[in-house]
Design a protein around this ligand. Structure first.
Ligand SMILES: C[S@@+](CC[C@H](N)C(=O)[O-])C[C@H]1O[C@@H](n2cnc3c(N)ncnc32)[C@H](O)[C@@H]1O
Length: 247
């Protein structure tokens, strides 16, 4: 099974590929102190929804990069459907390897993919280089609600190892010289919806595509991930979007 197909199928009914609700997504976008014609970069842009809304609202221009050909194709389709094709471009590639011009963006964001630079701190350092002085850095990052159990550590060793609290995520940004402007946190309802839509999508995909040899592996994997979420993830993992200003 192609892993990008797995994520494409299991997120087919999502607006965005993280637990932030639509209302909270709109809230963080409405709170961006961006001027018209701003240049915006979205690393690991997924479906591209946040970048498209930002470009539309602020009359900005944008570049999104994502490693998944499924997401890039769909995001470019959405851009042209909304007549934003001349203002935003989604490209396929590894966000950490692409050469973006330093200090050339008014906003750089990475929502839910900080592993691209080995974690929250590495992502902050990478994005700091890409924004203009006084530029905005927006990060979507998990945080620790409680200490991960042994079972959690066994199944998600890397994630458990790097998990810090919400306050520590903020402090990592501040220690890197950024000012926190705002943060927005997802609650259990947001998470249940995010995880529930993933399960529903895999169940329906398997029913609708009985001849696809990937349908069963996708469903088996998604059922396992949902079970893990209910037993371990739901009480351990939080999620927030952090809006920082660079010096
Ligand atoms: C959890 S999703 C978040 C997508 C989007 N930022 C959002 O919040 O809706 C993670 C995304 O990271 C992308 N991705 C994973 N590794 C990447 C890499 N090395 N470079 C660029 N994108 C990557 C995946 O294809 C996926 O779209």
């Amino acid at each position: 099974m192609n892993i990008w197909k797995f994520y494409g199928v299991t997120h087919r009914d999502h607006l965005v590929m993280n637990p932030t609700s639509e209302a909270k997504t709109n809230e963080f976008i409405s709170l961006l102190p961006l001027k018209p014609n701003a240049r915006v970069l979205d690393i690991a842009s997924g479906k591209g929804e946040q970048l498209l809304r930002i470009v539309d609202k602020y009359d900005a221009t944008g570049i999104g990069i994502d490693i998944s050909p499924y997401e890039v194709k769909a995001a470019n389709g959405r851009a042209s459907d909304r007549n934003l094709g001349d203002k935003v471009e989604f490209i396929e590639g590894d966000g950490a390897k692409h050469d973006f011009e330093p200090a050339s963006f008014d906003l750089a964001m990475c929502l839910g993919a900080s592993w691209v630079w080995g974690g929250h701190k590495g992502t902050i350092e990478a994005l700091k280089k890409l924004v203009n002085p006084g530029g905005l850095i927006v990060l979507g990052e998990p945080y620790k609600l409680k200490e991960p159990s042994d079972a959690y550590r066994e199944l998600e060793p890397e994630l458990a190892e790097g998990l810090v609290t919400h306050a520590e995520n903020v402090a990592i940004g501040q220690n890197a010289g950024l000012n926190l402007l705002y943060s927005i946190v997802s609650d259990h309802n947001d998470w249940d919806r995010y995880e529930g839509l993933r399960l529903r999508a895999a169940e329906l995909y398997a029913e609708e595509n009985p001849n696809d040899p990937d349908a069963k592996p996708i469903l088996d994997r998604q059922r396992g991930e949902h079970d893990f979420y209910l037993k371990h993830g739901r009480d351990t993992l939080g999620w927030a979007i952090y809006l920082f200003r660079a010096p």
